[in-house]
Structures are given as C-alpha cells and as structure tokens.
Design a protein around this ligand. Structure first.
Ligand SMILES: NC(=O)c1ccc[n+]([C@@H]2O[C@H](COP(=O)([O-])OP(=O)(O)OC[C@H]3O[C@@H](n4cnc5c(N)ncnc54)[C@H](OP(=O)(O)O)[C@@H]3O)[C@@H](O)[C@H]2O)c1
Length: 176
C-alpha cells in the first residue's frame, strides 16, 4: 500500500535525504521533499515524478518557515503517514578540541539538529494524526556514539535529538 511521506533536507544528490526520496518514489509512494534552497537534482526528479513528488521550501531552523511549509503541504494532502527528519547540520568546529571550540557555534547547530526535528513534528502533527496507518516519526540522528574529544557541540546536538525525538515519536504513534 502506498504511503505519503515527508522527508526533510533532500536537496543534495549524493546525500541520504535525496536518495530516500528516490527510493520512496520508486516504491510508488507520494513524497513531500523539503529543501532550504532550490535543488537542481530535485527539480529534475520532479520531471520524472510530476504527480508523486512535491517540493517544499523549509528551513528547519525557523519556526515560521516550518509552519509555512506545513500549511503548504496541507493544501496538497489530507494526511501524512511518515515524517523522516533527515535534515541536520554540525558546527564548523565539530572536530576541534574543546579549548579551541567556539561555543557560539553550538546554539545554531542545536537549533537545527535538536530543535529542528521537534519543529517539524509539531507543525506536521495534524497531518500525521490523520494518517490511516501506523505513524512513525524517526529522527535520523546517529546518536551519541563514542566520545570524540572536543566534540562537545556535536554531542549535545545528537544526544538532544535522540532524547527528544524518541519520546515524541512514541507520542505520535500513540495519539489517536
Ligand atoms: N552521513 C553519515 O555517515 C550518517 C550516519 C548516520 C546517520 N546519518 C544521518 O543521516 C542524515 C543525513 O546525513 P547526510 O550525511 O546525508 O547529511 P548531509 O549531506 O549533511 O545533508 C544534510 C541535509 O540537511 C539540510 N539542512 C541543513 N540545515 C538545514 C536547515 N536549517 N533547514 C533545512 N535543511 C537543512 C542540508 O541542506 P543544504 O543542502 O541546503 O545544506 C542537507 O540537504 C542526518 O540526519 C545524519 O545525522 C548520517
């Protein structure tokens, strides 16, 4: 049975988001693919799947942008079966040791990587609730993993994304 899926951060042809979009389309699903800037690769894919692929503009760092994308999506579908929080970022200092780390870069990265998925879930929750199938809303954050010295900002982003979106996914699943 075909699904209606939202995937965030889908503009880079060699990255995971774009290729997830392709796989769902190949599977016969309807896909809402979000980008924060125009993507030639996605526009070309749209020519192949004019009815099944819908491109949304959405910067997950901005509540206004996410809410606008959800409103646009709601004009084109009555429900969503799955949200894949793929979009993420890391601070430019991710691999530096803590003494060299610019902590002012942490908050913007956490805003995208940890708060961003919650913004998306919150804005698209009404559409998810209307799904007739089991609802899931995973975050693709790879999790805390092993401690890399000085990886403070990245670790904060990943841990928060996992801690927050895990319980939220359960909430989405259990919401009648
Ligand atoms: N790569 C790995 O080894 C690996 C391993 C495990 C899990 N993952 C997870 O898989 C997912 C994709 O990884 P990837 O390596 O394919 O990622 P990537 O190449 O870094 O792509 C990230 C995507 O997120 C988008 N993005 C960044 N900030 C955004 C914002 N503020 N609003 C909207 N979109 C934004 C980027 O858009 P722009 O193109 O506009 O910058 C890009 O399309 C991530 O969640 C990552 O944690 C990756």
């Amino acid at each position: 049975m075909s699904q209606t899926v939202l995937i965030t951060g889908t503009g880079r042809p060699h990255a995971l988001g774009f290729n997830l979009v392709k796989r769902y389309l190949e599977n016969g699903d309807r896909v809402f693919a979000s980008v924060r800037r125009p993507s030639e690769a996605l526009e070309n894919l749209k020519k192949q799947y004019p009815d099944a692929l819908h491109i949304l503009n959405m910067d997950i760092a901005s509540t206004a942008s996410v809410n606008a994308a959800a409103a646009e999506c709601a004009k084109r579908t009555e429900s969503l079966d799955l949200v894949i929080n793929n979009a993420t970022t890391a601070s430019a200092d991710t691999m530096k040791e803590l003494p060299d780390f610019d902590l002012d870069l942490v908050a913007p990265a956490v805003n995208v990587g940890a708060v961003g998925p919650i913004r998306v879930l919150k804005a698209f929750l009404p559409l998810l609730k209307k799904s007739g199938t089991t609802k899931t809303a995973p975050s693709l954050s790879p999790g805390p993993g092993n401690r890399i010295p000085g990886e403070a900002g990245e670790k904060t982003r990943r841990e928060n994304a996992c801690k927050i979106t895990g319980p939220l996914s359960s909430e989405v699943r259990s919401t009648p």
